[in-house]
Design a protein around this ligand. Structure first.
Ligand SMILES: Nc1ncnc2c1ncn2[C@@H]1O[C@H](COP(=O)(O)OP(=O)(O)OP(=O)(O)O)[C@@H](O)[C@H]1O
Length: 236
């Protein structure tokens, strides 16, 4: 399959009822990074990621992948902070995205069992997925996103509602994906998590991309007073 990245945003704006939610934004996203979208509440992180994934209609500007949009969407996954489980077993939840892509039932079952083992939920394969705990559901949501080996995964505050233990499990999965070169774009306002995971940072403020660069340079030498204030905890 042809690579869908880089992704290029030009003059992207999303407006609703006369209010600008994000934009104008110009941005380029390359393959192989774990990019953390950082910023205070309401900065536009979710809107930006939804726009990049095609869930949010643009008011103006354009978003282009290296391949036609339909093919690009097929190579992507989106994990939200409120994982929605189908009212079926954990096994069927993991099989579903593979089935949509034409994988045989037998092959999909093997892959589902392999992923259930990786997220330490083999014992729950036959359980109804909606009855799992919040942390377990989020691990399933992540496994369900990764099982198709997407080129690009968006994660919107995936640990927002999780305790320390579940957060660590999710971070371990994300680091493993980062280390095999999967391209990940994740929003958070948890600075500790951003420092642990990011290779690049997009810092958003009031709907605009305020600063972007490698994680090392952003955390060690932020360029703007606002980024310095955010890192000190003065903008929340
Ligand atoms: N559908 C919508 N209609 C109107 N306003 C919206 C809509 N979606 C989001 N907003 C507003 O757009 C702004 C950006 O919201 P967004 O959720 O993208 O920010 P965020 O950085 O992800 O915030 P948080 O960290 O709180 O999740 C906020 O002011 C929000 O209230």
């Amino acid at each position: 399959m042809k690579a869908t990245l880089p992704l290029k945003l030009r003059d992207v704006c999303v407006r609703r009822r006369g209010k600008t939610l994000i934009g104008p934004i110009d941005l380029s996203l390359d393959a192989g990074d774990l990019t953390i979208v950082l910023g205070p509440n309401g900065a536009g992180k979710t809107t930006l990621m939804r726009a990049m994934h095609g869930l949010q209609r643009l008011s103006s500007g354009s978003i282009n992948y290296a391949v036609p949009t339909v093919a690009a969407r097929d190579a992507q996954a989106f994990v939200s902070q409120h994982p929605i489980m189908m009212r079926r077993s954990l096994r069927d939840n993991l099989i579903y995205p593979l089935k949509l892509r034409g994988t045989s039932r037998d092959e999909a079952t093997v892959m589902a069992e392999d992923w259930a083992a990786r997220i330490e939920l083999t014992h729950a394969l036959s359980q109804a997925a909606p009855n799992l705990s919040g942390g377990e559901k989020q691990k399933v949501a992540l496994a369900r996103a990764l099982i198709t080996k997407p080129e690009l995964v968006f994660l919107d505050e995936p640990c927002a509602n999780l305790d320390g233990h579940a957060t660590r499990d999710i971070e371990t999965m994300l680091l493993a994906e980062r280390d095999v070169g999967r391209t990940l774009v994740m929003s958070t306002h948890d600075l500790g998590q951003a420092r642990r995971l990011a290779t690049r940072v997009i810092f958003m403020l009031k709907g605009r991309v305020h600063e972007t660069g490698t994680a090392d340079s952003f955390f060690s030498t932020p360029k703007t007073a606002e980024a310095v204030a955010f890192l000190k905890g003065d903008i929340v």
